[in-house]
Every structure is written in C-alpha cells, then in structure tokens.
Design a protein around this ligand. Structure first.
Ligand code: NAD
Ligand code: ZN
Length: 252
C-alpha cells in the first residue's frame, strides 16, 4: 500500500524539525501488540470495566480482585512484542530525530524496543509499591508476582502496582520532566491516545496552544484531533512503517 498524503506531509515535517520532536503515546500505541486499550472499539478488559478496578477504592475493598486483574493484564503484556511504532521511535531517538517519549502506557514496551528517554506518566505495571512504607521494587519485564496479594519484604504490608489509578494524581516529578521535554519540542507526535485522561492530555493541548505542531496517529477521531496539523487515520504500526521509510529515504 502506498503512503497516504497525510503520511507524506508528516514525514516532511519530521525531516524539517528533526531533533525537536517528542512522542506522546497512549494505549493505542500498544494495541497492535495485542494489549487492549481502555477506550475505543475492542477496548474492553475482560468482563470488568477498568474504571471499576483501576481505582484506590477497588483496591481498598478487594485487593485480591484488583491483583487478579493486574496479573492477568501482566500475563498479556508479558507475551507482547514491541510494534513497528515502538521500534521506529527507538530508532529515531538513536538517530537524533526524536528527543524522547512521554507515555501514558504502563507496559514497558518503549524501553523494550530500545527507547532510552521514556517518561512514564502513569507508572509501570512492572513495578510495585508498598501501601505502608512506600518502598518501590522493580519486578523486571515479564515477572508476575506469584502470591495472590504480594507483600512487602521490608514491613510485611500489602504491595500495589506502582501505576496511577483513576482519581489519583500523576507523579509531579514525571509531569515536570514531561513539561520540560515538551517545552523544548517544536513537533509532538500524538500516538494512540484518546486524549481524555487528565492531566496527561494537557501536555498536547498546551503544546498546540503554544503554536507547536501536533501530528496525530490514530485510526479514530479523538479529543485532540482538531488541534492537530496532520491527522494520520491509520493504526500506529502501519503508519510508522510508512513514516520510517519516507523519513529515512531522504536522510541517507
Ligand atoms: N498498554 C498500556 O500500557 C495500557 C493499556 C490500556 C490502558 N492503559 C492506561 O489507560 C489510560 C487510557 O488512556 P489512553 O489515552 O492511553 O488510551 P485510551 O484507551 O483512552 O484510548 C486508546 C486510543 O487508541 C486508539 N487506537 C486504537 N488502536 C490503535 C492503533 N492500532 N494505533 C493507534 N491508535 C489506536 C483509539 O482510537 C483510542 O483513541 C492510560 O492512562 C494508560 O495508562 C495503558
Ligand atoms: Zn513496606
């Protein structure tokens, strides 16, 4: 299939602004890896609604059930491979085209694809945190806790996934790092996000307000679509296959 007009337009902006580009990714960036999104079609996690399980209230009332759901999600993610979109973003960072990635995803696939500068706004599913002493522990990609409710080695209290749940604030240090990275960028690649989760969505919204160029990659229209200069209505993997070819063609 030939690249669309939008892909060509995006590729020429990427070449023009190389070195001043940041990617902002959401669940859709990992959809082709077989990891369901929260919203959009096919965005249903098992028989539960994420809004009912990814909350402090759900964990306080039934930690076993929340852990069961997380361990099931971990088992899906553990089998997933980075998509073409993850790989191209990692290559572009290595080649000095991309400054880094700000992600809402918790799956760790950007790092697995070889990206170094990855700001995780919503934490990582491969890290746990003690609900009592606050200590954090990296599990390592693919390592799913065996216990029904894992416990802290230090104080014996219940561990939770070190992710940001609905109704919880985003870690301030991560958000500030993301703001700094955005402030240096001229182009933002907005990939696979519905743009409704706050405050994360403020990053591209403010960037557009400041005159930065947004390029959206999403098969569906979103909250951010009308802010974007270019809208690529394709799955991220397909779009990045085209973009990689178009960008590299001229740079070599
Ligand atoms: N992989 C993950 O880590 C994962 C998965 C699900 C949810 N989450 C969490 O849920 C929250 C949901 O917000 P969100 O905006 O990231 O996701 P979302 O679920 O709200 O929206 C997903 C978006 O991806 C789009 N999409 C679907 N398939 C796509 C594809 N192949 N290519 C490009 N786009 C595609 C959809 O049209 C939709 O706009 C985030 O905070 C995130 O932490 C993470
Ligand atoms: Zn502890």
């Amino acid at each position: 299939m030939k690249p669309s007009r939008e892909c060509k337009e995006a590729a020429s902006l990427i070449k023009e602004y190389r070195g001043s580009i940041v990617a902002f990714t959401g669940a859709g960036a990992s959809a082709e890896a077989g990891i369901p999104t929260f919203r959009g079609k096919d965005g249903l996690w098992n028989r539960y609604r994420p809004e009912e399980l990814a909350t402090p209230y759900a964990f306080a009332t039934n930690p076993r059930r929340v852990w069961e759901w997380y361990k099931w999600r971990m088992s899906i993610i553990a089998k997933a491979q980075p998509t073409m979109a993850h790989k191209v973003l990692a290559n572009w960072e290595r080649d000095g085209i991309l400054m880094g990635v700000v992600t809402q995803n918790v799956d760790g696939l950007h790092q697995r694809a070889g990206s170094f500068k990855v700001i995780e706004l919503h934490g990582s599913i491969w890290r746990v945190r003690c609900t009592s002493c606050g200590i954090r522990r990296d599990l390592g990609f693919g390592n799913i806790p065996k216990e029904d409710i894992p416990r802290c080695d230090e104080c014996g209290n219940i561990l939770r996934p070190d992710v940001v749940w609905f109704q919880e604030p985003v870690p301030l240090d991560q958000f500030q790092r993301a703001e700094e990275l955005f402030s240096e960028a001229k182009v933002i690649l907005v990939i696979g996000t519905s743009g409704v989760v706050m405050p994360a969505a403020l990053l591209p919204i403010n960037a557009a307000r400041e005159g930065k160029i947004l390029i959206e990659v999403n098969p569906e229209e979103t909250n951010l679509s009308n802010l974007a200069r270019v809208r690529i209505r394709e799955p991220a993997g397909k779009a990045f296959e085209h973009l990689a070819r178009l960008v590299e063609e001229d740079l070599t």
